[in-house]
Ligand binder design. Sequence first.
Ligand code: AMP
Ligand code: MG
Length: 501
Amino acid sequence: MNRRKGCAVSEPFANLPFDNSYGRLPEKFYARLSPVAASAPYLIEFNQALAKNLGIEKHFDDPQATARFLSGTSFPAHADPLAMVYAGHQFGNWVPRLGDGRALLVGEIVDPDGILWDIHLKGSGPTPYSRNGDGRAALGPVIREYLLSEAMHVLGIPTTRSLAIVSTGDMVYRNAPLEGAVLTRMARSHIRVGTFQYFYANQDHEALRQLADYCINRLYPECLNADNPYRALLDQVVEKQAYLIAKWLSFGFIHGVMNTDNMAISGETIDYGPCAFMDQFHPAKVFSSIDRHGRYSWGNQPHMGHWNLAQFASALVPILAGTESKAIEQAEEAIAAFADHFNRYYLQHFGQKLGLKIKSEEEESFLESTLELLTKHRIDFTLFFRNLSETVKDQNHDGLADLFANKRALANWQNAWSALADKQEHTPLKRYERMRQANPVYIPRNHLVEAAIEAAYHGNFEVCRTLGSLLSKPFDEQDGAQDYERAPSEDEVVRATFCGT
Ligand code: AMP
Ligand code: MG
């Protein structure tokens, strides 16, 4: 391991409200780390609004000290930097030990409501879990994660947040030398399905219990009131993931690497890699060039979520009930609830997008036919739903018709939509307001994110900032921003996004 020594004390952060609860777990849960000095840490972006929400903004008013801290060069003395250990199924293949190979948990910030937030540096240098990797991150993927995670948050999709981007002054070598950077990521917790799998595979049932207790205390304290708190934890995680994946689908988001080590127990979207929002709708769409069989395609995400949760349930079996057969029964029962939760949330979210309550079979099959229409006519997912909302307010709005070469197909669909809408109780104005809140004008379209990354590699961060600021109000049309609304032209289409890790 090649960790150049940084220094241990950084004064401006001496009063940051840290808790280091994960570090109080036994040492088999992590590896303690010392800081690694970046050559020339420079603060590119700091998320003031997030820092304010967390009540920590006043500690970060010196950009140079911030850059040293958030590059992992120097830590406050009361931080407890460590890399978390976990295992996981990667594209279905079991890997017994993964762990934070290019990230570290600095500690947990206590926000004004007493909630703990992991402060996590991604790209800050090698750890004992780096395997053959360099522990670094290139600026491009850091910008991608920053823009996407913050956009997800304002769209109402549970996600880890991004606090800062620091350029390190060190080059990282991928296909070409690239500028290195560190992302500061905040999460309710970075514990993954793979964390449970690690201890399950080691047959360490005591550690499984400690981990489950930790998750309950920190994330799901209401489980303590249940007859069987571990079963209650499983139920919570199943429902949270069902909600999350239904949200992904309803915004056209494709995570790209839904391995069990990338599924958070907290229900937050985590580990942004080759993820993307799709432009033209197709249920089999993938962006990851390594996902050759479409395992993590848009439409397969619920199935894979269910599969991952089954791995989580299996890992809990040793602590779920008195006997193994009872525990398996509990696990199966909990996992079986995924489909109902998912369908309920999926129909709720898409119902809001369509301005309909989707309850009857007729309404459900109308939703299916809507997605078939988009697929067949290669329609932009985001533009379709947004323009549909506008049509509800203004019948002369022609944005929807403009998307279709085949006007008759659209007209037939609209007749069916009107017939269903007429049977339901909403007034057009109420319907329009609900729809607008589910159908953004602006999403982090791939070609826009790529342009921001390209500019940043040339030293221009304004493109990234402008995009970020526009994406912070995704449901409101903003003056002079038409170019950010539109779908990419044929030569702008991005067909694959890269982990770049
Ligand atoms: P991911 O699926 O991208 O979240 O990463 C899978 C595993 O590979 C995790 O254990 C990461 O910590 C590790 N990893 C990814 N990139 C690197 C890197 N550049 N250096 C070391 N480990 C890495
Ligand atoms: Mg990961």
